[in-house]
Design a protein around this ligand. Structure first.
Ligand SMILES: *Cc1c(COP(=O)(O)O)cnc(C)c1O
Length: 229
C-alpha cells in the first residue's frame, strides 16, 4: 500500500471511532482530502485508495492541477480565501465553495456559474474565534449575508464553515466548534434548511465530529506535512 493509502485508512478509522463515540453514523460525515501544495501524483494515489473529494485553497494552483486530473471523476471543493478576479475559474471548475464571506463574491460566483452545471454548493465561512486576522464573517453579519446568498440563482447555500484558533486543548477546541453548530441552528430556526457544518482538520477532527461536523477537511494527516509557503 502507498503511504497515502495507509494514511487514508488511518483517518477513516479515526473518523469512524469519533462518529461512534458521538453516537453518529459515520456515513453522515464526509472526508474532504485537502490537497493544497500536494502534487497530482499523490492525488492519484488517494483516488486509487477510494478518495473522491478534494479541497484546494489556492485558485492558481488548483487551475493547474484540476485539468491534469480530469480523467478522474473527482469532486473539487474550494476552501481558501477568494479574490474577486478568481471567481470565474472557481465557478467553472468546483462543485463546492466553503469560504464565502462577502455578498459581492457570491454575486460574481452566481453570475459565472455555467448553466449546464449543477448549482454551486456553498458554505459561509464564519470567524468564530474573533481574531481580527482571521477570515470569515462576524457572527452578527451572518444572517443578512445568508439571506443574500440564498436569493442568488445557481448557488445552493448548504451551511457554515470555520477554522478555529488552533489549540491542543480538546475542551477549548469543542467550545469554539460548538459555536458554529449553534449558528447553524439559529439560521435553521430563522427558516433556512441548512445541513452542512464544514469543520475539523487533522488536529481537531474528533472534537469537530463530537460537535456535529458533516464535512471534515483533512490535509497533513493524509498527505504529510506541507512545506511553508
Ligand atoms: C489547509 C487547510 C485544511 C487542512 O489542514 P490540516 O491541518 O493539514 O489537516 C483544512 N481547512 C482549510 C481551510 C485549510 O486551509
Amino acid at each position: 500500500m502507498t503511504t497515502v493509502a495507509n494514511a487514508l485508512q488511518a483517518i477513516r478509522q479515526r473518523l469512524a471511532e469519533a462518529a461512534a463515540a458521538a453516537g453518529r453514523p459515520a456515513e453522515g460525515i464526509q472526508l474532504l482530502a485537502v490537497s493544497k501544495t500536494v502534487p497530482a501524483t499523490a492525488i492519484r494515489q488517494a483516488y486509487a485508495a477510494g478518495q473522491r473529494a478534494f479541497g484546494e485553497s489556492y485558485a492558481q494552483e488548483a487551475m493547474e492541477k484540476i485539468p491534469a486530473l480530469n480523467d478522474l471523476p473527482l469532486e473539487w471543493h474550494f476552501i481558501g480565501p477568494i479574490q474577486s478576479n478568481k471567481t470565474r475559474p472557481l465557478a467553472e471548475h468546483f462543485s463546492w465553495v466553503h469560504s464565502l464571506e462577502r455578498a459581492k463574491i457570491a454575486e460574481r460566483l452566481s453570475a459565472a456559474r455555467p448553466a449546464g452545471l449543477p448549482d454551486l454548493q456553498v458554505c459561509i465561512q464564519v470567524n468564530i474565534s474573533g481574531e481580527a486576522s482571521k477570515s470569515g464573517v462576524a457572527p452578527e453579519e451572518l444572517l443578512p449575508l445568508a439571506r443574500q446568498v440564498q436569493a442568488l440563482p445557481r448557488l445552493k447555500l448548504r451551511g457554515l464553515m470555520a477554522i478555529p484558533e488552533p489549540t491542543p486543548d480538546p475542551a477549548h477546541q469543542r467550545q469554539q466548534l460548538r459555536v458554529l453548530g449553534e449558528l447553524l441552528d439559529q439560521l435553521n430556526a430563522a427558516g433556512f434548511s441548512l445541513d452542512t457544518l464544514s469543520m475539523g482538520m487533522s488536529d481537531d477532527l474528533e472534537a469537530a465530529i463530537a460537535e456535529g461536523a458533516t464535512i471534515v477537511r483533512v490535509g497533513s494527516a493524509i498527505f504529510g506535512k506541507r512545506p511553508k509557503i
